[in-house]
Design a protein around this ligand. Structure first.
Ligand SMILES: [Zn+2]
Length: 464
């Protein structure tokens, strides 16, 4: 579904904006500029400093007045999906058994691909330039990411206790063909569904597979109190201790949620260099609880931000997620001083890139890095007043006032993928109609499945 418009020039000057490079200690250039040459950031700084670069005078100039320029967002926990708004306000076991797991059983490669096109396009329009997606039949996701122009790290939903997920064998095949694709913009990792979907042997094999391909591991953990209690009952250890024993923690491991971590688990994650993706909206919607992300960060853990899927959010709006991240910290600690906007922006940008091991290439606006840039238009009424100097309020505007609709332009590696709110890499209307048809197909197929789907919900959830 790519358009014939192409992404155009990757050499340009963004001039006169409010630049938040997200490096150093709250560095701000207001007004500032970013010079991009062949998709790489060649200069970033004050308008006059960047104008002094020899190339600045001869390249296309884009006026960034009253716009914020910041690094693209890394959505570090996402599921492509088509169940938006269809299974609301349910207890966990009913949600899993009757809605989510049967949808996995009914899934086809075509349906899965349509979902990825939709998810990546929706994310891109809101400033997401990189996703860590746990999904199915991910060769289609790779194609979607390549066409949409987004960075994607693909982690299949693998499991061996139930037969309707991906397996380490299908994960291996994905790694063989897509370990690195689209000139490095698309990468594949090893994915693991939840601990109760996978045997201990599978965890060890997953760790070996990740080592063999020198790649990362993504899984969920410590999302609910029940999960911790069940893990203690089954294995005699808390989830992260069990993960440590099974050998899957390390610098290339990203754990989604990490809500209920005790101090020893936090230390295990810090010592092994593992990262956590905080998903505040999902954690509130599924009544999982508040993660102590301020504490985690203080302990030296890399904490990224993620929306989780369309079924537990119900959008993929990273700016909205930032607001939830801050507010959840405030209300759970009864401390209004936590959840500082700069810290939240860091989680969505620099820390996200670090969690994904992409921080050499992206995550900040620094010379030599790829030009993954988001431009947010501050022209709407809900940003008034925009203040500069000692009253500077733009970070607070981004976290508390902005939403994806305020994103005007997005570049990945200097390719202009969203221009004035319009996606130019792919045709949004056909992506939407394909996703609509795929969802209707999925619901028909799911309804045709007779009987309940075996799942941890059936096996465990109802016993508690
Ligand atoms: Zn998830």
């Amino acid at each position: 579904m790519p358009t014939d418009k192409g992404a155009g020039e990757t050499t340009f000057l963004l001039e006169g904006g409010i630049v938040l490079p997200m490096e150093g200690d709250r560095v701000t250039y207001d007004p500032g500029s970013v010079l991009v040459l062949d998709g790489i950031i060649a200069a970033v700084g004050s308008v006059s400093d960047v104008a002094a670069h020899p190339a600045s005078a001869s390249v296309e100039t884009i006026d960034a007045t009253n716009r914020v320029l910041l690094p693209g967002f890394h959505n570090c926990h996402l599921h492509s999906g088509l169940l938006r708004g269809t299974a609301e306000s349910l207890a966990l076991w009913e949600w899993l058994e009757n809605h989510i797991d049967p949808a996995h059983r009914a899934m086809t490669p075509e349906i899965a691909k349509a979902a990825s096109y939709m998810a990546y396009t929706e994310g891109l329009m809101g400033g997401t330039t990189s996703v860590l997606d746990m999904w199915r039949f991910m060769e289609g996701s790779a194609q979607a990411a390549e066409d949409v122009g987004i960075r994607a790290t693909l982690a299949p939903y693998t499991a061996d206790r139930y037969d309707y997920f991906e397996t380490l064998e299908t994960n291996r095949r994905l790694l063989e063909t897509h370990r690195v694709a689209a000139d490095g913009r698309v990468r594949s990792w090893v994915g693991l569904e939840h601990i109760f979907y996978c045997s201990p042997e599978m965890f060890r094999n997953a760790a070996a597979l990740a080592e063999e391909f020198d790649t990362g591991i993504h899984t969920h953990s410590s999302e609910s109190i029940w999960e911790v209690q069940e893990c203690l009952r089954q294995f005699g250890r808390r989830p992260i201790e069990e993960f440590y024993n099974r050998g899957i923690l390390g610098e290339n491991t990203v754990i989604a949620h990490g809500v209920w971590l005790d101090d020893r688990e936090v230390q295990l994650l810090v010592q092994t260099g593992s990262s956590v993706t905080h998903c505040p909206c999902s954690n509130m919607k599924l009544s999982s609880g508040p993660a102590r992300v301020g504490f985690y960060r203080d302990q030296g853990m890399t904490v990224a931000l993620g929306t989780d899927g369309e079924k537990e959010n119900n959008n993929l709006d990273m700016l909205e997620e930032m607001k939830f991240a801050s507010l959840l910290q405030k209300v759970s600690s009864l401390d209004p001083t936590v959840g500082d906007p700069w810290d939240i922006l860091d989680m969505a940008t620099r820390s996200g890139a670090e969690a994904l091991g992409l921080d050499d290439a992206t995550g900040t606006l620094e010379v030599g890095k790829d030009a993954d840039i988001v431009m947010v238009d501050l022209g709407a009424l809900h940003f008034v007043p925009v203040l500069h100097g000692s009253n500077f309020n733009v970070p607070a505007h981004l976290v508390f006032s902005a939403s994806s609709h305020d994103v005007s332009d997005v570049w990945v590696r200097g390719a202009h993928l969203v221009e004035d709110g319009e996606v130019i890499s792919v045709d949004v209307a056909s992506i939407a109609s394909n996703a609509q048809a795929a969802a209707e197909d999925l619901f028909e197929r799911r309804a045709a499945l007779k009987g309940s789907t075996p799942s941890p919900a059936t096996d465990l959830g109802k016993n508690q």
